[in-house]
Design a protein around this ligand. Structure first.
Ligand code: SF4
Length: 913
């Protein structure tokens, strides 16, 4: 064994544990360290850990750099392979024996290190040669592992440039243009065809259940031929967990696309389900090459790496050794292996986000220069957009589908070369219960400091001392309009009119009482208005205030800003017209890439001139006239992050966002299946479907939907228990924490604690993490652990006896089948927050609206618990006053007990253990 390697394996590996940490030393001996000793070892840097930031959070010391982070070594040796960020995760990813104690976990870090370095050493010479330049650059950046890696792959023969090896983009394959597919046909899918296809899909792996068969037959309704424009075939199907609905709808959906060509979009709300659908697609296309050809996963473009931004970030970092350069080097390695450039996918080393803001290397701010970009032909975003034009099946998400209907991919993403939505004639919305929320965000508008500054930057480019690659309109368009004098003059008008918007540093000027221009003056008046209407203007959380009545000063500021914005939208639109004219006039001489670039620029201008700015003008006008208040709810808000002002502005949401959802997404389609395990609110009234139709937009369409419901095949009487605990005082943090601790211990771990307030979550975590650790139960917590939510859920899923605390928002993002999730505890009934928006909706939908939302939340959370016939689970609410009318959220055969904590603890222990 080389000396360097021996030296590294002789340094200890450390995992956080109860009271401090456990360290494994050379030859396998282990020692428990007290917290001070653990901190000192960690700070020394001579230590191997898994996920340095997480460990620093657990030990409550600032992260030490450099140190030996095994996750980084994994990202280098096995780029783009998923790995849960822990010793157990590494062991699983490397097919090592899974550790069952802190000692074994620490030893596993040594084993993983050894194995990864051996793997490098065993790579063919050509591959090792490719890695030398990058490893050498990472060594200069100060990366601990680089010396060992160079030992394994061999050192380069000559001196190299500072970021040699970072340019992995050079080896990416170019995409090829393909002609647009024909318009999709309208051949229907008959129920018996769907049944036959389902039998084929289920094939060898099991039997088709009668409910699943009926599901597939009913789902085929959404693939019938449309008979009337604006009247799509809508099927609303509620199917309890365990029915097998994914294959149930893939059967008719795949048949439809085979008969009619591309035009089918499967849309989910969570990434988890997206991944699940991709797995199920393997049954349809078992050959990976065919699968790749026939299906594509689409996300908003802000999820994909922008090669131009990456190249520029790498060049800027070239002479600055440190963790940022290391992170960019590891991302370079990932670029060489990723299939699609998706940074939100499982194979991206998300822990690098602590070293480099990921927004810097994506195209979040509309900076893309399209065909003028040197990476255009290898660009990940362009590649996926092209693939999705021709792929028979596109797997997307609700937010993207809605953003495209609005007229751009997302707030900042507009000049897309994407397929127009009218080509997508069939949708399957899985997790259909989230359509309301997705539409609520997708059709909302914000006139805020951040939004205005973004638009100004898009028009003018960076101003002042801001260093960014972003270029303004002038830079982006100068070669296109060089000999077009009217276009140049119009561009000058746009630039002049953008002075109405906020600019860099607007927030500090506002705090200092020195706003500049109509946008900032308006925000200063809005800031005063919100603070004046608040009970506690210096609260930690965001503040909001109604948009009436308003002071004369605020009204006058709104009027002036409205005039400024009107001056801006006219030249933006004229400039778009000039560009379109160029396309028409130069039709013969323009190369396809030049045409695409001009079209993209025109679309970007039009989106801002026709959608963004007019929406702002309308919001300002409503402040004065009150027009539009029947449809919208407007309010002012000071958005706070960690107690600090982050944004200020005027917010607008539809009172009923399913109106635009129905009008702009559903009505233009020919058919849509909307499905979920929780579509209907069973409120005791005769028509359970009314809530489903109201919340999915089906109620706003001319033809009634087909409705079907399939109960879950599980035996809840045997598999579930529900406890409503009567004797815990929710206002006493000690009592609440102690209840969580005892409940988690009773279940032996596998508990998910859900909270409606971050403050309560933190108070509970602080009190129970040590006693749970003493019992060998790892506790992870959102808002406490320095891991993103996806990684926390992965850890929770991987460790059978871990517990996880999260806010209510985690309720739907957790997909943990099996024993890892066997207990869900709510600290209180998850009533909706009493916001201005909620007040307006309650006035529109009636008093029972609160009950409806709460029942649906409970139903969704309960649905996480039992995922298969072998699962058993308990559900606890620590609120004595839980109204009985909410209990219809649970399956009727699931036993409910109202009892004291002691009884609940005993009941859980007896039931689960
Ligand atoms: S084409 Fe746009 S998104 Fe793609 S690499 Fe270039 S600038 Fe980035």
């Amino acid at each position: 064994m080389p000396n360097e390697l021996r030296a590294t394996l002789e340094i200890p590996a450390l995992v956080p544990a109860a009271g401090g940490a456990v360290a494994a030393y050379a030859h396998g001996e282990c020692r428990a360290l007290g917290i001070d000793e653990a901190r000192a070892l960690f700070r020394s840097g001579d230590v191997i850990v898994a996920h340095a930031l997480f460990v620093s959070g657990r030990l409550k010391v600032p992260p030490a750099r450099p140190l030996y982070d095994a996750m980084e070594l994994f990202a280098f040796v096995r780029p783009a392979e998923p790995c849960v960020p822990s010793a157990l995760g590494l062991a699983r990813a490397l097919s090592l024996t899974a550790p069952h104690s802190f000692e074994e976990a620490a030893r596993a870090l040594h084993d993983a290190t050894r194995l990864l370095l051996d793997e490098l050493r065993a790579k063919p010479e050509a591959e090792r040669a490719n890695l030398r330049a990058l490893a050498s650059s990472l060594e200069r950046a100060g990366w601990c592992w680089a010396t060992l890696i160079l030992d394994a792959v061999g050192a380069p023969e000559k001196a190299l440039a500072p970021i040699a090896g970072f340019d992995t983009w050079r080896r990416l394959e170019q995409w090829e243009d393909e002609p647009a597919p024909d318009k999709p046909g309208s051949l229907p899918v008959e129920p018996d065809e769907a049944r036959t296809r389902l039998a084929k899909l289920v094939g060898m792996s099991g039997e088709v259940r009668p409910e699943q068969e009926s599901y597939a037959e009913d789902a085929s309704y959404a693939f019938a031929a449309r008979e009337r424009a604006g009247a799509p075939k809508i099927a609303l199907i509620e199917a309890g967990t365990g029915i097998g609905k994914t294959l149930g709808y893939l059967a008719p959906a795949s048949l439809w696309s085979e008969k009619n060509g591309p035009g089918l979009w499967l849309s989910t709300y969570t990434r988890n389900l997206q991944r699940q659908i991709v797995q199920e697609l393997a049954r349809l296309y078992p050959d990976p090459a065919e699968r790749d050809d026939k299906t594509v996963v689409r996300k908003g473009r802000e999820n994909y790496l922008c090669l131009l931004n990456f190249e520029e970030a790498a060049k800027r970092t070239a002479l600055a050794p440190g963790q940022r350069a290391v992170a960019l080097g590891l991302i370079a390695r990932w670029i060489s292996a990723t299939r699609d450039g998706d940074m939100s996918g499982a194979g991206f080393p998300a822990f690098l986000a602590s070293s480099i803001p990921l927004g810097e290397i994506t195209d979040r701010r509309g900076e893309c220069v399209y065909a003028a970009c040197p990476h255009y032909r290898t660009c990940f975003v362009e590649r996926v957009i092209r693939r999705s034009k021709n792929a028979p099946i596109v797997v997307a998400n609700h937010a993207l589908v809605i953003a495209q209907a609005v007229g751009g991919e997302s707030a900042s993403l507009d000049e897309t070369t994407d397929t127009p939505p009218e080509r997508r004639v069939r949708y399957v919305f899985d997790e259909g219960h989230h359509l309301f929320d997705a539409a609520d965000s997708g059709f909302a508008a914000f006139l805020s400091g951040v939004e205005m500054a973004d638009l100004r930057r898009w028009i003018r480019g960076p101003e002042g001392r801001v260093r960014t690659r972003m270029r303004g309109l002038e830079e982006r368009l100068k070669d296109i309009i060089a000999d077009d004098v009217p276009a140049r003059e119009t561009l000058d008008e746009c630039i002049a009119a953008s002075s109405a918007l906020t600019s860099e540093g607007w927030l500090s000027r506002l705090h200092n009482g020195a706003p500049r221009g109509p946008g900032e003056v308006f925000l200063a008046a809005a800031y005063q208005h919100v603070r004046a209407r608040s009970q506690n203007e210096d609260a930690f959380y965001s503040l909001e205030a109604e948009a009436e009545p308003l002071s004369d000063e605020l009204l006058e500021a709104a009027r002036r800003l409205g005039v400024g914005l009107a001056r801006l939208s006219t030249p933006l639109l004229s400039l778009a017209h000039r560009l379109r004219k160029q396309i028409a006039e130069k039709a013969k001489e323009l190369e396809p890439y030049q045409r695409a670039r001009i079209e993209a620029a025109a679309r970007g201008l039009e989106r801002r001139a026709k959608i963004v700015v007019p929406a702002w003008i309308a919001m300002l006008s409503t402040l004065e006239t009150g027009e539009g208040r029947d449809e919208f709810v407007d309010w002012f808000e000071i958005e706070r992050e960690d107690g600090r002002d982050a944004d200020i502005g005027l917010w607008r949401h539809w009172i009923d966002p399913t109106i635009p959802l129905a009008g702009e997404v559903l009505a233009p389609a020919h058919g849509a299946l909307i499905t979920s395990a929780t579509l209907r609110d069973e409120d005791g009234t005769a028509d359970h479907w009314q809530s489903a139709e109201v919340r999915t937009g089906a109620a706003h369409l001319p033809e009634p939907p087909k409705r079907a419901t399939f109960g879950s095949p599980f035996d809840y009487a045997k598999q579930a228990r529900i406890f409503i605990v009567r004797d815990v005082n929710r206002r006493d943090a000690d009592q609440v924490a102690s209840a969580y601790k005892e409940l988690f211990l009773a279940a032996g771990g596998g508990g998910l604690g859900l909270f409606t307030a971050v403050r309560t979550l933190r108070a509970v975590e602080q009190r129970i993490s040590a006693p749970l650790a003493d019992a060998g139960i790892n506790l992870y917590a959102q808002h406490v652990d320095r891991l993103d939510t996806g990684a926390l859920v992965d850890l929770f899923r991987l460790e059978e006896n871990a517990c996880l605390l999260g806010t209510d928002a985690l309720r739907d993002g957790v997909d943990v089948p099996g024993r890892s999730l066997r207990l869900v505890v709510f600290d209180k009934v998850p009533w909706p927050k009493p916001t201005i928006l909620h007040k307006a909706r309650r006035a529109r939908f009636g008093k029972s609206y609160d009950d409806l939302l709460t029942r649906l939340r409970l139903k969704q959370a309960f649905g996480r618990l039992i995922r298969s016939q072998r699962d058993k689970g308990c559900f606890v609410i620590l609120e004595p006053a839980t109204p009985s009318r909410l209990l219809s959220a649970f399956p009727p055969d699931a036993p409910v007990s109202r009892c004291g904590l002691k009884e609940a603890i005993g009941g859980i222990r007896d039931f689960l253990l």
